[in-house]
Design a protein around this ligand. Structure first.
Ligand code: C2E
Ligand code: MG
Ligand code: MG
Length: 745
C-alpha cells in the first residue's frame, strides 16, 4: 500500500521535491520491503544467508537515501560523488552476494565461466553506454569521477541482472517465481538508472517524478520475491555443475559489441573510459574462452573416466575390463601367467529381493572393499555384471591362481552385517589361466565362466577350468543364453496329465506340465530348464506364460462342457512376485472362470526361503478362491509349524513314496500318516507317480482322494487330452482300473 501511495504521488503531485511525499513516504516505501524479507529469514532456514545479504543490500540502499536526505542535500553545492553514493554502491555488493547465493543454492552450482558472462555483459554495455553518455555527462558535470560514479549505477544493475540470469543456466533459463520477481526488480533499477543518467546528461532531471519511483518499485519487487514459497523446481541440489555446452552466445555478442565500441571510440577519439571498459570486456571474453576450453576438456576426461568406473563400488566396470584387454598378457614377464578369477555371488537376487536394493548395494560395496583390501597391489578387480566380479592376477603357476581363488573365497565367507542383520554370503568362483586355457581375453573369460558355472552346479566354491567339463556345461550355458531370449508364446508347450478321483472313478482335473520346444535341442522337460530359469530369475516370465496357456485351456475345457480342475506348478520364486495374485485374478476374470477351478502347486521349499513374504502372497491368492496344493509333499524341509501357519487345500504326496510302495514298506507308513494328517486338517490328498496296478490299489485302499500317474493317464498334449476326454471308453477304462486294482488288492 505504502509503495502504491508513493508511486501514485509521483504521478499526481506536481514535479519537484516535497519533503512529505518524496522524503517521508518515499523513504518508508523503500524500507517496508524489508518486512517480508525479515519474515522469510525468520521462518525458514532455507536460503537464509542469501536473504540476509539481500536485506543488508536494501538496508544500505535506504541508508544511502537517509544520508542524502539528512546530510548531502543540505550541502551547497551538493557534492558528487556524495557520501550517500558510498552506501548505494556498497548495497550492490550485498545484492550480488545475495543473488549468487540464491541462484547457487537454488539451481546447483554455476560454472565460473557462466558467471563471467555477467561481467562481460556489464562491461560491454558499460562501454557502449559510456560511448553514448560519458562525453555529454562530462560536459554537464565537468568532473570525470562524478561521471564514473553516475555511470556505475546502470552498469552494476546490468551486472546483477546478468549474474541472476546466468545463474539460471543449469535450469535452461527457466526462472521460478522469486527469480522472476528479482529479475523484474533489477530491470526496474536498470530503467531508472539509465533514464536518470540520460536526464542528467541532458540536464533535464527533476526530482519527484515517476522516475524516482522506479527504484522503490525495484526494491519492492525484491521484497515480494522473498514472499512466495518456491513451489516450483526445488533445485537439483547436486554439487556437480552442468556440463559446459561449448561457448554460450553471451561472450560472442558482447565481445562483438565491445569491438564495435572500441573501433568507434578509436575513430571518434571518445573518452578513454569507454575504450577501457570495452578492452576489459574483451580481456574477459578471452579469459572466458580459455576457461570454457578447459572446462570442456575436463568434462571430457571426466566422462571418459566415469564411463569406465562402476559408480556403486568404484571398481572398474565391464567396459574398462575389456578395454585393457589383451594388453594385460603382453605386459607379463617371461614365464609368468595371468589368472582370471570370475566371482559370482550366490543368491544375490534373493538378498536383493528380500532385504531391498539398498542392502543389496551395500553388500556389493562391502564385498568389493574386501576384495580390494586383500588384493592390493597383486591384481586388478572389476565389477563386470550385477553381482559378478572379474579379477586378474599376475601369477607364477596355475596352482597359485587357485590359491588366490581360495583366499578370495575365505575373504567373503566372513559374515556381513547389513540392514540390521548378519548374513553370510557365498560365492562361486571360476578360474582360468593364460596361456594354459586360452590366449585371448574373451576365451579366458568364457573358460572362467564355465568353471564358475560348474562351481555353482557342484556347490563348490572355487573351480578351475577343466576342458572335460566343457561340453556339457557349454550346452547348459547355451541353453541359459536361449532362456534369456526365448519367446515363450512360440516355444512353450503344455502337457496335461489327468488326475482320477479314486472314489468316483471320474477324471477330476489335469495338471499342466511345461515343456520347451527348443529349436535345436528338441523337446525339453522341466528338469532341464526350470532350475536354470529359477537360478537366473527368468522363472517369472515362464510362469506367466504357463498360467496364460493353462487358464486358456481351462476355459476351453469348461466351454466344451468338462468341468475339470486345472493344476499349475509355480516356483517358490514366483511367490516373491507381488504381481502374481493380480495377474491370476485378471486371467480368470478374462474368461469369466471361477477361481476355485484353478489349483496352484507350490513345493514345501517355498516356505523355507522367505516364509513371511511367500505366505502373504499365498494368502492373497487363496483369498480369491484359488486352491493351493503342496506338491512333492514329504521330501521338502518345511517344519510342521510352518505348514500349520499356512492354509492350503491339498497335499500331493511325492511320487518317490508311491514309487517305493512295491519295495519299501515304510513308504506305505508315510502315506498313511500323511492321509491321517490331511484328514485332521481337512485337506484333499493326491498321490502322484502311480505307475502300476499295485500302487493304485494301495493308495486307494489307504484312502487317498485323487490319483495321478502313468498308469492312470500319461501327460497329454492339448489335442490328445481333448480326444481322451471325448472318448468315453478311454475315460471309463481309466476309472475301471481302480476296481480292478481293488480286486487285485
Ligand atoms: P511335479 O509337479 O511333481 O509333476 C509331476 C511330474 O511327474 C511330471 O514330470 C510328470 O510327467 C511326472 N509323472 C507323472 N506320472 C508319473 C509316473 O507315474 N511316474 C513317474 N516317475 N513320473 C510321473 P515333469 O513333467 O518332468 O515335471 C517335473 C517337475 O517339473 C514337476 O514335478 C514340477 O515340479 C516341475 N514343473 C512342471 N511344469 C512346471 C511349470 O510350469 N512351472 C514350474 N515352476 N515347474 C514345473
Ligand atoms: Mg506338480
Ligand atoms: Mg510332484
Amino acid at each position: 500500500m505504502v509503495v502504491l501511495v508513493y508511486v501514485g504521488s509521483t504521478v499526481v503531485v506536481r514535479p519537484g521535491y516535497t519533503s512529505f511525499w518524496d522524503g517521508w513516504v518515499g523513504n518508508v516505501a523503500s524500507i517496508v520491503p524489508l518486512v517480508p524479507i525479515a519474515l522469510r529469514i525468520r521462518s525458514t532456514k532455507h536460503l537464509r544467508g542469501a536473504w540476509i545479504a539481500m536485506a543488508t543490500g536494501i538496508a544500505l540502499f535506504n541508508a544511502g537515501n537517509l544520508i542524502y536526505l539528512w546530510h548531502d542535500q543540505n550541502l551547497n553545492p551538493i557534492p558528487s560523488p556524495a557520501p550517500s553514493d558510498a552506501a548505494y554502491l556498497a548495497s550492490y555488493v550485498f545484492f550480488a552476494i545475495g543473488i549468487v547465493m540464491l541462484t547457487q543454492r537454488h539451481f546447483g552450482a554455476v560454472r565460473i565461466s557462466t558467471r563471467l558472462d555477467g561481467a562481460i555483459t556489464g562491461l560491454a554495455i558499460g562501454s557502449a553506454a559510456g560511448m553514448l553518455w560519458f562525453d555529454s555527462v562530462l560536459k554537464v558535470s565537468g568532473r570525470p569521477l562524478q561521471v564514473v560514479v553516475g555511470m556505475a549505477y546502470p552498469l552494476l544493475d546490468m551486472v546483477l541482472l546478468v549474474i541472476l540470469i546466468s545463474g539460471l543456466a543449469p535450469l535452461r533459463y527457466r526462472p521460478n517465481a522469486p527469480t522472476s520477481l528479482l529479475m523484474l526488480g533489477m530491470t526496474a533499477f536498470v530503467i531508472g538508472d539509465v533514464v536518470y543518467l540520460n536526464e542528467v546528461a541532458a540536464n533535464t532531471y527533476v526530482q519527484g517524478t515517476l522516475l524516482d519511483s522506479t527504484w522503490v518499485i525495484g526494491i519492492w519487487l525484491m521484497g515480494v520475491a522473498a514472499w512466495p514459497r518456491d513451489e516450483r523446481r526445488e533445485a537439483p541440489r547436486t554439487r556437480t555443475t552442468s556440463l559446459p555446452r561449448g561457448l554460450s552466445s553471451i561472450p560472442i555478442i558482447f565481445g562483438s559489441l565491445s569491438v564495435l565500441v572500441l573501433v568507434i571510440s578509436l575513430v571518434h577519439h571518445t573518452s578513454g573510459v569507454t575504450s577501457l571498459l570495452a578492452l576489459s570486456a574483451l580481456c574477459l571474453v578471452i579469459v572466458r574462452m580459455a576457461m570454457t576450453l578447459r572446462e570442456v576438456r575436463g568434462a571430457e576426461e571426466e566422462s571418459f573416466r566415469s564411463a569406465r568406473i562402476d559408480v556403486l563400488t568404484g571398481l572398474g566396470n565391464r567396459r574398462a575390463f575389456f578395454e585393457s584387454g589383451d594388453g594385460r598378457f603382453e605386459a607379463l614377464d617371461d614365464g609368468r601367467r595371468l589368472g582370471i578369477v570370475l566371482v559370482d555371488l550366490d543368491g544375490f537376487k534373493e538378498i536383493n529381493d528380500s532385504l531391498g536394493h539398498a542392502s543389496g548395494d551395500e553388500l556389493l560395496q562391502i564385498v568389493s572393499r574386501r576384495f580390494e583390501n586383500a588384493n592390493e597391489g597383486r591384481g586388478e578387480i572389476s565389477r563386470i555384471g550385477g553381482d559378478e566380479f572379474a579379477c586378474t592376477f599376475d601369477v607364477g603357476s596355475v596352482a597359485e591362481a587357485v590359491a588366490i581363488g581360495n583366499e578370495m573365497a575365505q575373504m567373503i565367507a566372513t559374515p556381513i552385517a547389513i540392514g540390521g542383520m548378519t548374513i553370510r554370503v557365498s560365492a562361486s568362483m571360476g578360474i582360468a589361466v593364460y596361456p594354459d586355457h586360452g590366449s585371448v581375453l574373451s576365451d579366458l573369460l568364457r573358460c572362467a565362466d564355465i568353471a564358475m558355472y560348474e562351481a555353482k552346479q557342484s556347490r563348490m566354491v572355487v573351480r578351475l577350468y577343466r576342458p572335460e567339463g566343457d561340453a556339457r556345461t557349454r550346452d547348459e550355458l547355451a541353453l541359459l543364453d536361449d532362456l534369456r531370449t526365448v519367446v515363450w508364446e512360440r516355444e512353450l508347450v503344455l502337457h496335461f496329465q489327468p488326475t482320477l478321483d479314486l472314489r468316483t472313478s471320474q477324471i477330476r482335473g489335469v495338471e499342466a506340465l511345461a515343456r520347451w520346444r527348443h529349436p535345436s535341442f528338441g523337446l525339453l522337460y522341466p528338469n532341464d530348464f526350470v532350475p536354470l530359469a529359477e537360478r537366473t530369475g527368468l522363472i517369472h516370465v515362464l510362469t506367466k506364460a504357463v498360467l496364460h496357456r493353462a487358464i486358456d485351456e481351462l476355459a476351453q475345457l469348461h466351454r466344451t462342457g468338462y468341468e475339470l480342475q486345472m493344476s499349475v506348478n509355480i516356483s517358490r520364486y514366483d511367490l516373491l512376485d507381488d504381481e502374481l495374485p493380480d495377474l491370476i485374478a485378471g486371467l480368470l476374470a478374462r474368461h469369466g472362470l471361477e477361481a476355485r477351478w484353478l489349483t496352484l502347486e507350490i513345493t514345501e521349499s517355498s516356505l523355507v526361503e522367505e516364509p513371511a513374504h511367500s505366505k502373504q502372497c499365498i494368502e492373497r491368492i487363496r483369498a480369491q478362491g484359488v486352491q493351493i496344493s503342496i506338491d512333492d509333499f514329504g521330501v521338502g524341509y518345511s517344519s510342521m509349524s510352518q505348514l500349520l501357519q499356512l492354509s492350503v487345500d491339498e497335499l500331493k504326496i511325492d511320487k518317490s513314496f508311491v514309487l517305493a510302495l512295491g519295495t519299501d514298506d515304510r513308504a506305505r507308513a508315510v502315506i498313511s500318516a500323511t492321509i491321517e494328517l490331511a484328514r485332521a486338517l481337512k485337506l484333499t490328498v493326491v498321490a502322484e507317480g502311480i505307475e502300476n496296478v499295485h500302487s493304485l490299489a494301495v493308495v486307494s485302499a489307504l484312502g487317498v482322494d485323487l490319483g495321478q500317474g502313468y498308469f492312470v493317464a500319461v501327460p497329454f498334449s492339448s489335442r490328445q487330452l481333448a480326444e481322451f476326454l471325448a472318448n468315453p471308453d478311454a475315460v471309463s477304462a481309466a476309472g475301471a482300473k481302480i476296481s480292478r486294482a481293488a480286486l487285485r488288492g
